[in-house]
Design a protein around this ligand. Sequence first.
Ligand SMILES: [Fe+2]
Length: 194
Amino acid sequence: MQENERMLRTKHAKLLGFLKKELSEKRVRHSIAVAQRAYELAGFFHADKEILWTAGIAHDLCREENDAKLRELAVESHFPVDEYENETPILLHGKAAVTYLRRQYPISELAYFAIAHHTLGHASPTLALKILYLADASSLDRDIDFRDDLKNQNLDKQCCIIIEDLKKRYTLHSQTQHMYFACGGKKTSNSFKN
Ligand SMILES: [Fe+2]
């Protein structure tokens, strides 16, 4: 762990406390791994390291909430919720986490946008969202077979590699597909979920 990151753990001890209260050990480990990766990537791609670290820590805060609570918290976030998300409430855990944070541990709007959209991506991804999306998909606790492909690629290309991997297994949600285009991915005739 880098020295500055150690300082962030001390400064945001209360946020780490919420994490340990809300999530299983495995997800706490994942969140810390994502925060570490987001912190490193933020340094590399000239983003705010503290915002990305806190976004990484908090992105899955509501991942273990029940469906009703996820819907309730997500609606209160004021980020739009579409029909597909409403029918698949686990996808709302990012938007739900925004409401949780606003109530309990306000951070920053930049972090909120990234956290809200880390599940499906967004048609107009911010730098922070791209970094969090990449950090979540490639944190060291994940067993992924495309890790080597990410090396020496720019941020947009790395996001595209992640979305291409997703596409092998799922029909992409329209926001994910549009994020792929926004990152320079090639248009294909694939069907959208929405
Ligand atoms: Fe998540």
